[in-house]
Design a protein around this ligand. Structure first.
Ligand code: THU
Length: 132
């Protein structure tokens, strides 16, 4: 899949963001190894800590569908490209490395990086398996 197609899917998902408190709409699209695309939008909560980011919404949709291997993630929000937050980086890392395409809300400006570059020296299950 061309990166722009994944960005476009993230932009489409962003249209469904529920963000009455921040007004900051985010969309994400995750490309599975199967070729399927899973999308998510941020969903905010009056009890702010209950908010779910677009990236984690896309990831949980993918896992629910049985997909556990991912090629790339596109995230779209803001006037300039955004990167996934720390909590999302950590949950995404559960499923290995992947390309991360960071785009603005219009999907016209973007740059590519990787999850391992965004979350170097990540904590993982390997740490507690070592100490068992
Ligand atoms: N948000 C995301 O959906 N993804 C990110 O990577 C950064 C933050 C959401 C959470 C909240 O609804 C709003 O953006 C402002 O933080």
């Amino acid at each position: 899949m061309h990166p722009q197609q994944l960005i476009d899917r993230a932009c489409q998902a962003r249209e469904h963001a529920y963000c009455p408190y921040s007004g900051f709409a985010v969309g994400a699209a995750l490309l599975g190894a199967s070729g399927a695309v899973y999308t998510g939008a941020n969903c905010e909560c009056a009890s702010y800590g209950g908010t779910i980011c677009a990236e984690r919404a896309a990831l949980t949709a993918a896992v629910t569908a049985g997909e556990r291997q991912f090629t790339s993630l596109a995230v779209a929000a803001g006037d300039t490209p955004v990167t996934p937050c720390g909590i999302c980086r950590q949950l995404l890392a559960e499923f290995g490395d992947m390309t991360v395409i960071c785009a603005d809300a219009t999907g016209t400006h973007s740059h590519e990086t990787t999850l391992s570059a965004l979350l170097p020296e990540a904590f993982s299950a390997a740490e507690f398996e070592k100490s068992r």
